[in-house]
Design a protein around this ligand. Structure first.
Ligand SMILES: Cc1cc2nc3c(=O)[nH]c(=O)nc-3n(C[C@H](O)[C@H](O)[C@H](O)COP(=O)(O)O)c2cc1C
Length: 481
């Protein structure tokens, strides 16, 4: 589970449930509990029930992590991951999105897709389709991939070098922005039954992208979806990753070890965003936290202790090393992790180092994290906070409900995202398309000088389901360029 941190009093906390379409996500071994539901991950009903519960609890989003290969080696191989269900089986999260949207009304649905796993053209097409099907509630967690097995699954010899992965990601997002923002003008979809015109051919543009890795002609095959570009999550921790997030992300995951480092990290992300001409406060920050939920403090403590009993420390260690790209399997548990440098996810190592104040972090700290890092007395407070929205059920609407209509994620969107500018920086056809689109945008909402009917869902104004934020944002972006 994650929650955003806010430096200004009065600004609401935001909540995203951090899950994965697998029995073994971040806490391992607990699938063995008789009451555990992790082993039902193949069952759509489990996810529908969870999504509905989160919506009742006024969560902003359900967020699906994902991996596209086995974690990097533990004890020289991958047996431990397979045997203990650490990230395997792992189902495709995108397959759940439309079903969860159908089962809920407002919940944001975020899923992870790596630049490695899919060509940007087909990825852009799929997520635009999902944006239509969810009525603008889908979000993308942009990841570059830290697993060598994943690289080999997609035909590469090994992981691409760390900073090069981010250059790759830059081109990937360039392509998808061009498809989402620059290919179709707002009124290109005509659906004129009388004259037999479905799309206006002068308003659907090729993008003609040519870069080091991709050549994409276009046009985008999907008509403009409610958000056009989906809401964007990212979790860069390195300088290259943070810069990438500062340029592109609307929400960022932090794995800060304590309150002081959260404040430093938040300030750093906001500074970097400002350096790219964005308003730093437009980036929402989600800090990873774990909660144990029960009806009373005592019950929560008992439950936490019971859960701890089931945690498979070696599986935890295997996953931490597997993500970081360091095989800790043969280390003594009391070996210091000190200055370990990881080609995979360095932030895991830094996080554990920062979390053991007053003593040196050891390999054992990585493996036993869920049990040892929980400060005494926190369980009950965490419990009260996360249980509060549920406790209000039946007592009318919670004030936060108002802030979250119609789509929770839209409330998190800022106005300074530069994606349209990037799309317009593309080839001639895209520039022309956007100039024409601007002329269309300046028309009055439902008026049509030619007397032609404008499809209802392309009209601006109060009748449109999407919040005005996205529309305002598009206009603002245009003014900036
Ligand atoms: C909360 C959180 C969730 C993440 N989820 C995923 C994920 O689902 N799939 C993935 O491949 N990487 C995931 N990552 C890894 C990040 O995308 C990124 O590779 C990592 O934080 C290292 O960043 P860096 O390369 O800039 O150091 C996640 C990271 C964090 C902190």
């Amino acid at each position: 589970m994650s929650t955003s941190v806010s430096s200004s009093p009065g600004r609401p906390l935001h909540f995203a449930a951090f899950v994965q379409n697998t029995p073994g996500h971040v806490v391992h071994g607990t699938w063995r509990r008789l009451t555990g539901r992790q082993a039902d991950a193949n069952d759509l009903r489990l996810w529908v029930e969870l999504a509905r519960t989160l919506e009742r609890g006024t969560f902003d989003a359900i967020f699906f992590a994902d991996i596209i290969g086995l974690y990097n080696a533990h004890k020289g191989g991958t047996r431990k991951f397979i045997q203990s269900g650490v990230g395997i089986p792992a189902n495709d999260p995108a397959a759940l999105v439309s079903a969860l949207a159908y089962a809920t009304e407002h919940l944001g649905i975020a899923y992870t897709s790596s630049i490695l796993q899919e060509h940007p053209f087909s990825f852009a097409r799929r997520i635009s389709t999902l944006d239509h099907l969810t009525q603008g509630r889908v979000a993308w967690n942009i990841v570059t991939n830290t697993l060598s097995n994943a690289a080999r699954n997609f035909g590469y010899d090994d992981l691409t070098e760390h900073d090069e992965r981010y250059r790759w990601a830059d081109e990937y997002v360039d392509v998808v922005y061009k498809l989402w923002e620059g290919s179709w003008e707002d009124d290109a979809l005509v659906i004129d039954r009388e004259n037999g015109v479905f799309n206006d051919p002068d308003k659907v543009h090729r993008i003609n992208h040519e870069g080091p890795r991709y050549r994409v002609e276009g046009p985008h095959l999907v008509s403009p979806s409610p958000q056009r570009s989906p809401f964007l999550f990212q979790a860069g921790a390195s300088p290259a990753g943070r810069d990438f997030a500062a340029r592109n992300a609307e929400a960022v995951f932090l794995t800060s070890a304590n309150v002081e480092t959260i404040a430093e990290d938040a300030a750093d992300f906001r500074r970097r965003a400002a350096a790219y001409g964005r308003d730093g406060s437009d980036i929402k920050l989600f800090q990873g936290l774990q909660f144990v939920v029960a009806s009373t403090d005592e019950e929560a403590r008992r439950k936490a202790a019971e859960i701890d009993e089931w945690i498979d420390g070696e599986a935890q260690l295997a996953q931490m090393g597997g993500v970081a790209g360091v095989d800790f399997g043969d280390f003594e548990l009391d070996s210091p992790i000190g200055e370990v440098k990881a080609e995979g996810m360095q932030s895991i190592i830094d996080w554990v180092n920062a979390g053991t104040k007053g003593r040196e972090a050891t390999v054992g700290d990585l493996g036993r994290f869920p049990r040892d890092r929980k400060p005494p007395g926190r369980v009950a407070r965490d419990h009260r906070r996360s249980a509060r929205p549920m406790a209000r059920r039946g007592r009318g609407r919670h004030p936060r409900d108002e802030q979250r209509d119609p789509g929770h994620l839209q409330r998190l969107r800022g106005l300074s995202h530069p994606r349209a500018a990037r799309a317009r920086a593309g080839p001639e056809g895209v520039r022309a398309g956007n100039v024409a689109a601007e002329a269309v945008r300046s028309r009055p909402p439902a008026g049509d000088p030619s007397g032609r009917r404008i499809p209802r869902r392309l009209r601006r104004g109060p009748g449109r389901r999407l919040t005005s934020t996205a529309e305002q944002k598009r206009r603002t972006r245009h003014v900036h360029t």
